[in-house]
Design a protein around this ligand. Structure first.
Ligand code: PGA
Length: 250
């Protein structure tokens, strides 16, 4: 897969005005990207429309969706609403959702189906804690998360899917796995997906996330099963996000 992806997860940051300035700046610099790189921004819900209105060359992702399309679910946003606001992708099961809002693999499974129903491509996030890693349980944890969320989704009529491997201990810490170690986990994910998908997992882009910067992005995407990056902190300034996209396009 020669195509590359860079997804910026803004988390709970940026007003609509800030999102507009960023996205206009990003669009102006997209021509500087040589290769086949897709830039996707995951803003807060309130800025989805703002980012989408910049045009189709910047992909738009929700950071989360609810598993039902409508009903008495105060405070939630459904996949059809996110799609109407301009989203084409959605993160599902980010580790902050799992840790702070107690999201389960079962809920992620519902969200994958809800996303596909609304025409969104889900980006499922999986990753182990520092403790899991110390106990040698990384492969087991990510396989469990993958199967728990995707098993049914991939058995039925298959929808689109991307998977991001984000070791929890690497998120926002400045620590990263060695690219070869990340690759080993991606190979596990690729194989596990292949077992769940009759026609093979070649079409599922796999991203690495956790303290990605312009300085380390190339080493990750040069690995066989790493097709792009999911970026938190370094996606908040236009210059560092564009530099990452440029590194991926080189
Ligand atoms: P980080 O966050 O790049 O700031 O480590 C990544 C993420 O949470 O998706």
């Amino acid at each position: 897969m020669n195509k590359r992806w860079v997804v910026g997860n803004w988390k709970l940051n940026k007003t609509c005005a800030e999102a507009r300035a960023f996205t206009e700046g990003l669009r102006a610099q997209l021509q500087s990207l040589a290769g086949d790189v897709t830039c996707i921004i995951a803003p807060p819900f309130t800025a989805l429309q703002t980012v989408a209105s910049a045009g189709p060359d910047v992909g738009v992702a929700a950071q989360n969706i609810y598993g039902q399309d409508a009903g008495a679910f105060t405070g939630e946003i459904s996949a059809p609403l996110a799609a109407e606001a301009g989203a084409r992708y959605t993160l599902v099961g980010h580790s902050e959702r799992r840790a702070l809002f107690h999201e389960t693999d079962g809920q992620c499974a519902q969200k994958l189906t809800a996303a596909a129903r609304a025409g969104l491509c889900p980006i499922l996030c999986v990753g182990e804690s520092a403790q899991d890693r110390a106990q040698g349980r990384t492969a087991q944890v990510v396989e469990q998360q993958l199967e728990g969320a995707c098993g049914r989704y991939l058995q039925g009529q298959e929808g689109p899917l991307m998977v991001a491997y984000e070791p929890i201990w690497a998120i926002g810490t400045g620590h990263t796995p060695a690219p070869e170690d990340a690759q080993a986990v991606h190979a596990v994910l690729h194989q596990a997906l292949g077992a769940l998908m009759p026609q093979g997992a070649a079409a599922v882009p796999l991203l690495y996330g956790g303290s990605v910067t312009a300085d380390n992005a190339a080493a990750f995407v040069s690995q066989r099963h790493i097709h792009g990056v999911l970026v938190g902190g370094a996606s908040l300034t236009l210059q560092s996000f564009v530099r990452i996209a440029q590194v991926l396009s080189a």
